[in-house]
Design a protein around this ligand. Structure first.
Ligand code: SER
Length: 601
């Protein structure tokens, strides 16, 4: 039952995020999909991306043809993080951290079922019961890489979407993937809900789903993954045709509960209230940025990343610093991080229990980083004041300002505000020169990093992945069965393995470990994959993370009778393909945990 409240339709019954997750899972379970739990925000053994940006990410090996232990039809909710739209955060529907519901066909069903089920779930009263009249869809319009998707358009028509609400767009709008530089991708079809608001960009009747004004909210995307993008930029047909769908939880909640923005949903509203209570100034955009960034930081830290100056650590550092800066803008003087983090854990703790487990770690990192930044701000202000006192007249030197920004992390906006207070202008020309010089330097760095080429890049990663299994077992043989995996991270340059062990590993032990791994490589042992129920995996003595990662069945990689380990893969087919293994370093990682870095050559 709906009540007409002016322009918007509101439901008399309110749906919570957890109800939405459960309904979705129930719907697809009823269509033979197996539920798989959310993977970490930090992709396992994939150095091509910093974070899990979509549900497909953890599933790439299976989209490429590996067997998934849970079968060919999967359903999940996946935590995701995107920083590409960070400047849009604070409008009505862009977020850094978000969740995606997804149903997956790994070489199983294709367009017909995917579209029919999407429509049924969205519009049937038993499920979301959205007004079909308010739904529009878009499909791929075709280009030199792939044909115009008349097939999907036809299926939409057959379920009842009129032609005039089916839009054809190009690659920019209706193509998804690959998640990194290369890999599975394909045309997609997107589903939009018309909020009924006028076009805020003044396009009137010309306003379409891809307008960007916020009238049409994209809530679901069905991707038909049938191509593999190669390092040369070619789109080759995949051996298996997959379906990857992603339904944004926050946006869908907004729409079904008749709200104007994702920030009004129960996943945000309690955070906004805390911020409002501590603010002295009303600034909707700023309060949304604070809520979004603190939530994202909490989730990243919970997945084990601490603020630092590189890669993931740098992203979380920026999020915390940006949140802090916006909190100052709101006139907040009390600590905002602890109460917000507490609330985030409360909102999501049941769905993501690791947040509760990591509570202290989260609080400690937020606090340290905030304090460090407060110090930076003070230091920066002092440097500025010194420079200002030296200057009698004229613009503030752009190079000094850029260094403050780049080296000290002092926000440009604050530099400008401070200068404004002193009625001094910034030498923009000099700033730009310093910026260009800096960019040149970082580009050289990036090119060096990719010098090996992308193709052998992933090959090296796979080799190191197999080497990691050999290392894990060799450690157990030499140091005892108390050794357990604590973490693993592989880039194209090295592997890193963290394991429980109470003391330093002696150099003769390290030599022996290295020797064992190299013996196993030289022996040319075939690497075999098996999918077994978890109890059986235990029975045959497989090691690895037994968690509930894959529900009932798990995939195991066997290296002869030397190593049996639970793992999603991929691996080389024979150990002789690994190359020569060399330990670079052994060090402490944290209390009771040691870390080994090694390479294969
Ligand atoms: N990968 C697609 C997206 O992120 C669908 O899940 O939109």
């Amino acid at each position: 039952m709906r009540i007409d409240s002016g322009l918007k339709y509101r439901y008399t019954t309110f749906m919570t995020a957890e109800e939405l997750r459960q309904k979705y899972i129930e719907f697809f379970r009823g269509r033979e999909h197996a539920f798989i739990p959310s993977a970490s925000l930090v992709p396992e053994n994939d150095p091509t991306v910093l974070f899990t940006t979509a549900g497909m990410h953890p599933l790439v090996p299976f989209l490429m043809g590996e067997d998934h232990p849970a079968g060919t039809r999967l359903v999940d909710y996946q935590r995701c993080l995107r920083t590409s739209d960070i400047d849009l955060v604070g409008d009505d529907h862009h977020l850094t951290f978000f969740e995606m519901l997804g149903n997956w066909s790994l070489g199983d069903y294709f367009k017909t079922e995917a579209i029919e089920w999407s429509w049924e779930f969205l519009t049937d009263k038993k499920w979301l019961g959205l007004d079909p009249e308010r739904m529009s869809v878009s499909v791929f319009g075709g280009d030199e890489d792939a044909a115009r998707d008349e097939e999907s358009a036809g299926i939409w028509e057959s379920v009842g979407v009129p032609k005039e609400r089916i839009y054809f767009y190009g690659k920019k709008d209706n193509w998804w993937g690959p998640a990194g530089q290369t890999g599975p991708c394909g045309p997609d079809t997107e589903m939009f809900y018309d909020t009924g608001k006028g076009c805020s960009l003044g396009r009137g009747d010309e306003c379409e789903p891809n307008c960007g004004c916020g009238r049409f909210v994209e809530i679901w995307n069905d991707v038909f993954m049938e191509y593999n993008k190669t390092a040369e930029g070619k789109f080759l047909p995949l051996d298996q045709r997959n379906v990857d769908t992603g339904m944004g939880i926050e946006r869908t909640l907004q729409v079904i509960n008749g709200l104007d923005s994702v920030y009004q949903t129960e996943l945000f509203e309690p955070l906004i209230t805390i911020i409002n209570n501590l603010s002295q100034i009303k600034d909707t955009m700023a309060e949304r940025v604070v809520a979004d960034h603190v939530k994202a930081a909490v989730f990243i830290i919970a997945d084990g990343i601490q603020p630092s100056n590189v890669e993931r650590g740098y992203i979380v550092r920026r999020l915390i610093r940006r949140a802090y800066r916006y909190s100052l803008q709101l006139g907040i003087t009390d600590d905002i991080f602890a109460p917000l983090a507490e609330k985030v854990i409360q909102i999501y703790g049941q769905t993501y229990p690791h947040l509760v487990e990591k509570r202290d770690f989260i609080f400690e990192n937020l606090k340290n980083e905030k304090e460090k930044f407060a110090q930076t701000l003070n230091q920066g202000l002092r440097i500025m004041q010194k420079e200002l006192s030296l200057k009698e007249r004229g613009a503030f030197p752009g190079k000094v300002a850029f260094d403050l920004y780049q080296t000290y992390g002092f926000p440009k906006e604050l530099i400008e505000e401070e200068l404004q207070r002193h009625s001094v202008t910034l030498n923009d020309e000099e700033w730009r020169e310093a910026e260009i010089a800096h960019r040149e330097l970082s580009r050289q760095g990036a090119e060096k990093k990719f010098a090996g080429g992308l193709a052998d890049h992933s090959e090296r990663v796979i080799k190191m992945h197999t080497a990691t299994h050999l290392l894990h077992q060799a450690l157990r043989e030499v140091l005892g069965d108390g050794v357990g995996q604590k973490g693993s991270n592989i880039t194209d340059e090295r592997l890193r393995f963290d394991f429980t062990y109470p003391k330093k590993v002696m150099s003769d032990e390290l030599r022996r470990i290295e020797e064992i791994v190299n013996e196993k490589i030289a022996a040319g042992i075939p690497v075999e994959k098996r999918i077994l129920p978890i109890e059986e995996a235990r029975k045959i003595g497989a090691i690895g993370l037994f968690g509930e990662k894959y529900g009932d069945k798990v995939s195991i990689y066997l290296i002869g009778d030397f190593s049996k380990e639970i793992c999603g893969g991929p691996h080389v087919s024979n150990t002789k393909l690994v190359g020569k293994f060399k330990i670079l370093k052994e060090e402490a990682s944290s209390a009771g945990v040691r870390r080994i870095k090694a390479v294969v050559e």
